[in-house]
Design a protein around this ligand. Sequence first.
Ligand SMILES: Nc1nc2c(ncn2[C@@H]2O[C@H](COP(=O)(O)OP(=O)(O)OP(=O)(O)O)[C@@H](O)[C@H]2O)c(=O)[nH]1
Ligand SMILES: [Mg+2]
Length: 696
Amino acid sequence: MKDFQPSQIRNVALVSQHGTGKTSLAESILYRAKGTTRHGKIEDGTTALDFTPEEIHRKITISLALAPVEWRGVKINLIDTPGYADFIGDCVAGLCAADAALFCLKGAAGVEAGTEAIWERVHERACPALCAVTQMEKEHASFSKVIEAAGERLGMRFVPVAWPIGEGEKFRGVVDLASMKALFFEKDGSHREGPVPPELEADVKKARSALVDAAAEADDQLLEKFLEGEDLSVEEIHTGLREGVQHRSFIPAVPVAAVPMLGIDFLLDTLVDLVPSPADMGAVAGTKPGGAEKEELKPELVAPLSAIVFKTSSESHAGDLSMIRVFSGNLTPGKEVWNASAQRSEKIGQVFTIKGKDRADAGHIPAGDIGAAVKLRETHTGQTLCDKNHPILMKPVPFPSSEHEVAIAPKSKGEEEKMGSGLHKLREEDPTIHVRVASDLHQTILSCMGDLQIEVVLEKLTRRFGVHVETAKPRIPYRETIRRSVSKQGRHKKQTGGRGQFGDVHVRLEPMKNGEGFEFVDEIVGGSVPRNFIPAVEKGIVEAMQEGVLAGYPVVGVRAALYDGSYHTVDSSEMAFKIAGSMAFKEGAKEASPVLLEPIVEVEVKVPKDFVGAVTGDLSSKRGKILGMGNEGRYDVIRAHVPQSELYKYSTHLRSLTQGRASHHTKFAHYEEVPRELADRIVAQARADREAMASA
Ligand SMILES: Nc1nc2c(ncn2[C@@H]2O[C@H](COP(=O)(O)OP(=O)(O)OP(=O)(O)O)[C@@H](O)[C@H]2O)c(=O)[nH]1
Ligand SMILES: [Mg+2]
């Protein structure tokens, strides 16, 4: 592809919930604009954009993909993003590279489960948006119903720029409301002009008036002209609409059907005319590294470099790549650039234009454009690249936190390392994947956005890294403590010919006020336990506390005071006193009313008002305590303390409870005593497990 000025580029991310037809739309556009010679279909697994085996057999998008096309002398960089909530990380990343979102809604369904959650991402990023009402040739499709419902639900003003001629199987054209031309679809995605069908005149007149109002309101000069009673030209309407889009005053909407290629040309024209170019978007705002001072750079080729790595990919034919959006300056191979996020220098290797899984040498990536470089050594997803002499830090990609945890282990012993390096690579490609080793639980914990993402991670580990991995429920890090003070003697005496072993201690165990930690108090007077053996006593107690007397969980919240003891001049040793300390603790703890503690987490659920009752009721049924309610825009925020053991797979549960319209965060709060009945069950289970392990 040739070079394009920032004013000749449009960067558009296709976003929506799963299945509206984003990938199909991008494929049809790619085909129509001659970006491919084959019209890829999801059903046949032949798309250029969903090219991994995991995507093909599930018929869904998992990773974002790029589809650059040229239309009317303009380069449109389409970024196809996943709609499944589990892969929202790539939707967020795609939005960071785009200047506008093409928000897709199904013609026959409109607002669905997941629509709002995706819209929130567009909204929080303050991303300008257009809307495509898709699958318009399907039964029950209704353009006007969809935009009315979406307007109400999302609290946004949707403005049709075209009116459908026929809907469902009669969908055969659109009236371009700016030019008032009726465009009848040809099979190849193009159209021919014709008269506006008389039965549509009233609807079209009303819709045009709303469109012109919107365009005029967005631009002072146009408003003046409009108020003086003059009609606006098509160009003027487009200028006004583009400004309105840029300032997010409204969302222009067009009807389209991707698979049968109906309305593709009109959609392409709309993208060229109404999506703000990088030049329209104006100066790139960031901060000076190390402070809050603002820094701005013009979106020009001659300006210092500012760019963001929005995705790392190793899936394509193209090898390991860093996908980059350049905001200002020029990214050229062989040049040293500055990673302002990591404060490191980075050498740029070859750079490419990417289309699905294919790459083509690009020479450079100019201001406003999107491309990729051979995977950078020092730079990770979300980091800023710039000119060292003119550093700027852009906002990092706001990846959501992953709350869905499972324990994982390789099926074959000895493959831990392979699993670890595979996961490391997958995490580079999708930063919503987290892995940690929970040493107290003897488990490796994988945190993802949901079950589907976990399934995909495991599949990729097998396909790409040859390691088969099993999952299990993560163990709960229970703890034990004592509720009562007890004094106990621990006496270790062994006489087996020759030198014996002797250690004798008196220890008082007390519960600590805050229920946390451990304290050892030395109350020995008169040398009943010699100084040099006292640390060994403490060591014995600390070791014994690793496995509590109830169910073998670590013990916390205990003060152990060594107040008396005795020794033998020949037979006493550190080892003997350590054993004595340990014995005193084990025996004492049994009599000190030991109890089981469980981790309590603070959960924050962001939920539309209609679901507040359902969510609070559910949290209460999970032994949760509601702490309070707040407000965040159109959402209520519920805060509650809930036992961690009740929250296994809560993401999935919450999704089904709220039709995918809620989100949540958790953080550890504190430990609390487990209710008696439940504790008895956990203790019995732990004992059975230990016995099974012992006999295995
Ligand atoms: N009849 C009809 N079917 C369509 C159209 N567009 C998409 N589909 C079908 O709808 C299903 C989903 O299409 P995709 O293009 O994968 O949807 P998506 O929005 O990319 O889905 P995710 O990537 O999972 O978010 C596929 O079976 C498509 O064949 C259309 O215009 N008409
Ligand atoms: Mg898709």
